[in-house]
Design a protein around this ligand. Structure first.
Ligand SMILES: C[S@@+](CC[C@H](N)C(=O)[O-])C[C@H]1O[C@@H](n2cnc3c(N)ncnc32)[C@H](O)[C@@H]1O
Length: 302
């Protein structure tokens, strides 16, 4: 299989990589305490101990890394949209030697990309899902980083404490997994872990849905589902966009996103992407029902 990859990644040769990974494996428990530390229980069922799709299951093998890159760069718009979002962070006003928090970081490819930026000293990669968290150091290694540049934190939206205050916070494709009742503690945690009074947050690779999306859901409820299958749904009349209890995935409309950002004291500037983040829908369907965006949030003066 051939993959299209960015040739600028400073990859290790396979033999050097295996050596580094052996050392890392020996050190792993001491470094991150990954298998000793009880994982926090806040994570939704889907992420608690999931079997990862092969494109996320990166290990010491170069081929596994190529599979990830192919997925985020070619099969989906994850990487191009995230990179475009990164350009809207106010880097000039932030300066140098930056510490960044990446909340709901998954396997850590976003933490690694952020960490490669010259003005960034450290990324705290906050991820409560065990299966995903185990991949973070492998991916950091493939990107030519070490565990001091990207450090895994066993935490969640509602429960994280960082060893030091951060200069900026990033949520990539994780905001829509944070239920409304946890948004207040998420933003309180962000503020209390930030060193600047003008707290800045990038919400990247996100979506909100349109009225057509909701109409389409109503149509499928009445025309496609039957009495038995309706009982299995977590949504229905009056609750058309209810989150799934399995992974808390939301289908918010823009007004609801606005309300969350404003209600937690942030001004949001939205940037809408022209296409489909996941590249799995027709252009017409995407245009009618979905908006993929990133938003730069800045805490209002108090
Ligand atoms: C769609 S994935 C995005 C992962 C990664 N940021 C990326 O862009 O590939 C959503 C992530 O949110 C994390 N997540 C779910 N519930 C969470 C919670 N309560 N606190 C923190 N992260 C959570 C999941 O474990 C998962 O890694």
């Amino acid at each position: 299989m051939r993959y299209i990859c960015d040739p600028t990644y400073p990859r290790l040769s396979e033999s050097n990589f295996v050596k580094v990974m052996q050392q890392l494996t020996e050190l792993e428990n001491d470094i991150v305490g990954m298998d000793k530390e009880p994982f926090i229980s806040d994570v939704p069922e889907r992420f608690a101990e999931e079997e990862l799709a092969s494109h996320w299951a990166v290990d010491g093998n170069v081929e596994s890394f190529n599979r990830l890159i192919n997925y985020i760069e070619v099969k989906t718009n994850f990487k191009p949209y995230f990179e475009s979002a990164l350009t809207h962070i106010p880097w000039d006003s932030l300066g140098e030697d930056l510490v960044i928090a990446d909340i709901g970081s998954g396997v850590g490819w976003t933490s690694a990309l952020i960490s490669r930026m010259p003005q960034v000293r450290k990324v705290y990669s906050i991820e409560p899902g065990r299966a995903r968290a185990r991949r973070i150091q492998y991916i950091a290694k493939h990107f030519g980083l070490n565990n001091r540049q990207v450090e895994w934190i066993n935490g969640s939206f509602e429960n994280f404490n960082l060893p030091e205050k951060v200069d900026y916070v990033i949520l990539c494709a994780s905001f829509h997994h944070c239920v409304d009742t946890l948004q207040k503690s998420l933003f309180e945690n962000i503020v209390s872990n930030s060193r600047r009074s003008k707290v800045g947050v990038l919400v990247a690779n996100e979506h909100y849905v349109t009225t057509v999306w909701t109409l389409n859901r109503m149509k499928s409820y009445y025309l496609k589902e039957n009495a038995a299958s309706r009982k299995q749904l977590c949504w229905g009349p009056g609750q058309w966009r209810e989150p799934s209890p399995r992974d808390n995935e939301h289908h918010r409309i823009k007004r609801e996103c606005d309300r969350i950002f404003e209600g937690n004291g942030f001004n949001a500037t939205y940037y809408i992407h022209p296409g489909d983040l996941c590249k799995n829908k027709s252009p017409l369907k995407t245009r009618l029902m979905w908006r993929y965006y990133h938003a730069v949030l800045e805490r209002k003066e108090i």
